[in-house]
Design a protein around this ligand. Sequence first.
Ligand SMILES: CCCCCCCC/C=C\C=C\CC(=O)SCCNC(=O)CCNC(=O)[C@H](O)C(C)(C)COP(=O)(O)OP(=O)(O)OC[C@H]1O[C@@H](n2cnc3c(N)ncnc32)[C@H](O)[C@@H]1OP(=O)(O)O
Length: 289
Amino acid sequence: MFKGICRETHNGNMVTKILKIPKFFTCIRNFSSENVLVEVNNKTNTAILRLSRPPVNGLNLEVLNEFESLLSQLEQQKVNGVIITSNKEGILTGGIDIAELQTIDQRRLKKYWTTFRDTFLKLYNTPLLTVAVINGHSPAGGCLFSTACDYRVMTRNYNIGGNETQLGLVAPIWFMDRVADLIGHRQAELAFTQGKLFSTDEAHKLGLIDEIVENTAEGLSKAQIIINSFANVPKKAREISKRFTRQQFLDKMIRDTDDDIRHFVNHIGSNETQKIIEQYMQKLKSKRF
Ligand SMILES: CCCCCCCC/C=C\C=C\CC(=O)SCCNC(=O)CCNC(=O)[C@H](O)C(C)(C)COP(=O)(O)OP(=O)(O)OC[C@H]1O[C@@H](n2cnc3c(N)ncnc32)[C@H](O)[C@@H]1OP(=O)(O)O
C-alpha cells in the first residue's frame, strides 16, 4: 500500500484526506507536504511539484524547508525528472514572503537567508533533470528559483524578472549572475538596474525562458517531452556535464557565502530598508502600483 495525501476543496474549505492506494493498481505516488503537492507518475517516473501556499505561494521558511526536503526524497527515489509548477494558475510564486523580511532580528534574518540560499543551491545542484512550468507571474524569488532549473516553459501573458530595485531593495549578486548566464551581461545589467519584469514574450526573446506554452496542461506535457528527450542520454555523463557547466557559478556562490549573508542581514535589517518594506506592503495591500 502507498499512503497518499489528497487535498480537495469542499464548500470553500480545504480538506485533507489520507488515501490508501494499492501499490499494484496506482500509477501515482503521492507524498505531499503542507505547502508543496507532489505526485510521481509510476509509469514515467516523473515527479510534479506544485507550490500550494495561498494566496501567492510566498516563499516563507516552511515552504523552503519542505521544498528542499522533497527534492532530497526525489533524489533518493531516482526519479527521471522533476517538474516544478504552481497549484494556482496565474501565480508561480509572489517570491519571498515579505513577512519574512519584516524584522531586524539578525538571527532570524540569517536563518531565513541561509535556508533560502540552501534551497536554491539544492535545486541548482541536483543531478535530477528539472523543468519549471511557469504558469503565472514569477517576480523576484520566483524568477530566481526557475533559473535554477534545467529548462523553463512559461504560459502567456504573465510577468517574470527581478523587480527588487523597483521596490527599493537590492537583489543578491548571485541572482544577477544567474540571469546574466541566461540573457547576457548587458541585458542583465539593464534588467536589474531598472527592476524590470518581463512579459512572457520578452522573456522568451531574451532567453530567460526557453519556450512559451498556452496553458498549464500544455506546459506539463511539454516538460514531459523535454524529460523524455534525455531518455537515451547516458545518465552519468549527463549528470557530470550538468555539474561541470554549473561548477563555476556554484564555486563562486559558496565562496561568497559569508559576505552574502552579512550583506543580506545588514541590508534588510536596517531601519531604512524596513521602512521601504513596510511602505511596499501597504501599497501591495491597497493595490496602489
Ligand atoms: C547591499 C545589498 C546586499 C543584497 C543582499 C541580498 C538582498 C536580497 C533582498 C531582497 C530580495 C527580495 C526577493 C523577493 O522575492 S521580494 C518579493 C518580491 N515580490 C513581489 O514584489 C510580488 C508582489 N506581489 C505581486 O506582485 C502580486 O501579489 C502577484 C504575485 C502578481 C499576485 O497578484 P494578485 O493575484 O492580484 O494578488 P494580490 O496582489 O491581491 O495578493 C494577494 C495577497 O497576497 C499578498 N502578497 C502578495 N505578494 C506577497 C509577498 N511576496 N509576500 C507577502 N504577501 C504577498 C498581498 O498583499 C495580498 O494580501 P491581502 O489579501 O492581505 O491584501
